[in-house]
Design a protein around this ligand. Sequence first.
Ligand SMILES: [Zn+2]
Length: 75
Amino acid sequence: MQCPVCAREAQNLTPHTLDGVVVGCETCGAYRVAGGAYHGLMQLDLHARVAALETAKVAARYGWPLIDGSCVRAR
Ligand SMILES: [Zn+2]
């Protein structure tokens, strides 16, 4: 798959049970995008997508950072 943040080649790590997608990217690391935030994320430009991921990384205390609606709307 293509990384939703940096558009480079990335792995889709999503378990079947999960809502949204889990991306494994060499550049961005592993992170989740909530199902409801994916479309909004794709509307942002590259700088804003990277910023949304940074927001998610700061908020993540454990596990994968999650890009959700609040990360996307904060831009
Ligand atoms: Zn990436």
